[in-house]
Write a protein of this length. Structure first.
Length: 370
């Protein structure tokens, strides 16, 4: 947007005896993206600009077209006419960007390269150090407000504890900026995003409880897909003797009998007895323990279903799958995925993180203490 302003591609334009301020011609912008190597061809450029429309970043000046048309039509950035929707998430992101720019542009910044457990981290700071700086710069009025700001930044993935083991506290715990706001991002990155629709319909979703090519009479888990009827299989629980043996990966030696109840609709009722909030999980003395699970996916996937949001929970686990072997259980809450804090995310976003990540999945879960 700023580059388009500098290049005079965005300017006041007249059409049908009316002046439209700060707008651009769609056809000209499409050509500009190709000329400046932001898109390889017109088709890709049009897809990128449609993405910007879908994210409420640009729109037709009269809102007569909901799609981006590669024609002599006038469009405008919503930030140029005050219609850009400033949701809570956007406000936190912009606040984080503002603080980051302020920190990296001053001499003797609190952002430094530091080492913890023989690992060096970039752009790090101590929690108490950040709070002192926020108060000194007038960004907040008191330490409590600073802690709340730090927690919001962490929950939105902007800052993070260096080993992702702590929330934000007024202490000497080491944090770093997880987002590098100065990294040059290209528009084509938008096209790499996985939509929740595509993930939910994908036969290779890691959240499908299924086995490939089930043999007749085999009680394998069937795939779970949107808007399709499925047969629900009863979960297999380990006996108390097995649980007491001390081996978390021990299961029944004899094949369990799985019973197929009547056909039910997909996405069954939540397994949670009651809703649980993020604040409840993180409150001091809460009856939850955090566990780290390392799950090596097989040719089918990881063998579990995650549902809900803010926080997400484990809805089902394939007793014979990799997740169960790693110690995953239903009703656990997903704390982090491959080092990314996810308590504030929905299950579609968590799906995207796993689908685009490595085959070996490292998850932190929170489990109720019985």
């Amino acid at each position: 947007r700023l580059r388009l302003h500098d290049g005079k591609l965005i300017k006041d334009r007249r059409f049908h005896l009316r002046t439209y301020p700060n707008c651009f011609v769609a056809k000209e912008l499409t050509a500009w993206l190709i000329e400046h190597k932001e898109a390889p061809d017109r088709e890709t450029a049009i897809r990128l600009l449609q993405k910007l429309m879908d994210h409420y970043i640009i729109h037709h000046v009269c809102d007569e077209h909901s799609d981006y048309k590669d024609a002599k039509l006038l469009y405008r950035f919503r930030k140029d006419d005050g219609t850009f929707p400033l949701s809570k998430d956007v406000k936190v992101f912009l606040r984080g960007q503002s603080l980051y720019e302020k920190l990296v542009s001053v001499e003797e910044s609190i952002l430094k390269v530091r080492e913890e457990n023989s690992v060096k981290y970039q752009r790090t700071f101590l929690g108490s150090e950040m709070i002192d700086w926020l108060i000194q710069e007038g960004e907040v009025e008191n330490r409590q407000e600073a802690v709340e700001l730090g927690r919001a930044l962490l929950e939105h993935g902007i800052i993070q504890h260096v080993s992702n083991r702590h929330h934000f506290f007024d202490s000497d715990i080491l944090y770093h900026f997880w987002v590098n706001f100065r990294r040059r991002r290209r528009l084509t990155e938008l096209l790499n995003e996985n939509s929740s629709r595509a993930l939910s319909e994908s036969p290779d979703s890691p959240f499908c409880l299924r086995k490939l090519n089930p043999e007749p009479g085999n009680t394998s888990f069937l795939s779970v897909q949107t808007n399709k009827e499925i047969k629900v299989v009863s979960a297999v629980r380990r006996s108390s003797i097995t649980s007491l043996s001390g081996n978390p990966n021990t299961y029944f030696s004899a094949p369990p009998t799985l019973v197929f109840p009547p056909v039910a609709e997909c996405n069954p009722k939540s397994v949670l007895k009651r809703p649980v909030t993020t604040e409840e999980l993180l409150s001091p003395g809460a009856p939850y323990v955090k566990k780290t699970l390392t799950i090596v996916g097989d040719a089918v996937g990881w063998g579990f279903v995650v549902r809900g949001g803010r926080p997400c929970h484990i809805q089902a686990v394939d007793p014979g799958g990799p997740a169960a072997a790693a110690g995953m259980k239903v009703c656990q809450f997903v704390f982090s995925v491959n080092g990314v804090y996810v308590l504030h995310l929905d299950y579609q976003t968590i799906s995207s993180l796993i689908m685009t990540g490595p085959r070996t999945l490292v998850m932190e879960v929170m489990e109720a203490i019985e």
